[in-house]
Design a binder for this molecule. Sequence first.
Ligand SMILES: [Fe+2]
Ligand SMILES: [Fe+2]
Length: 164
Amino acid sequence: MDKQSPFLQHLQRFADLMRKAHPHLLAHSLAAARLVERIIPFLPWSGDISTPVLLAGAFLHDIGKVSWPKELFTKYPLEPADWSLVHAHPVAGVNLVRETWPDVPGQVVEIILQHHERPGGGGYPRGREPGYPALVVAACEVVDAMTHDRGYRGCWRCERRWRR
Ligand SMILES: [Fe+2]
Ligand SMILES: [Fe+2]
């Protein structure tokens, strides 16, 4: 077995957790990270975040869903109790990552916490303005969520809503 850096070992461990939680979760997390990687050259921004840290944040953005019951990943419509789990997953993710990866980069934590925050304070969990890295990840993860059928709803692309 190849010797991995501690950084990659943590990502591998989280990938295993996501795969066990639900295959959709791992697929979505990988897709979000790949989309971020593809748009990096086109971003009108050169922040102080490294590419590996930005990609790790994208890959781990939904890590707080690993403790969800399996059926919740494909459930529709959601009930009030389900929505509380949905709204809690950014903070749950931060807590999980911090517990098991003490020296996790702070920017990874910020992306996990802020990926459902929206400009103007319309998101959750805190209703605060997100940082630019979290906005980039949010855009990419939403695109993946809208363009892939994860079981509980058809995808927009499949329904040809993007076509004229
Ligand atoms: Fe999320
Ligand atoms: Fe997501």
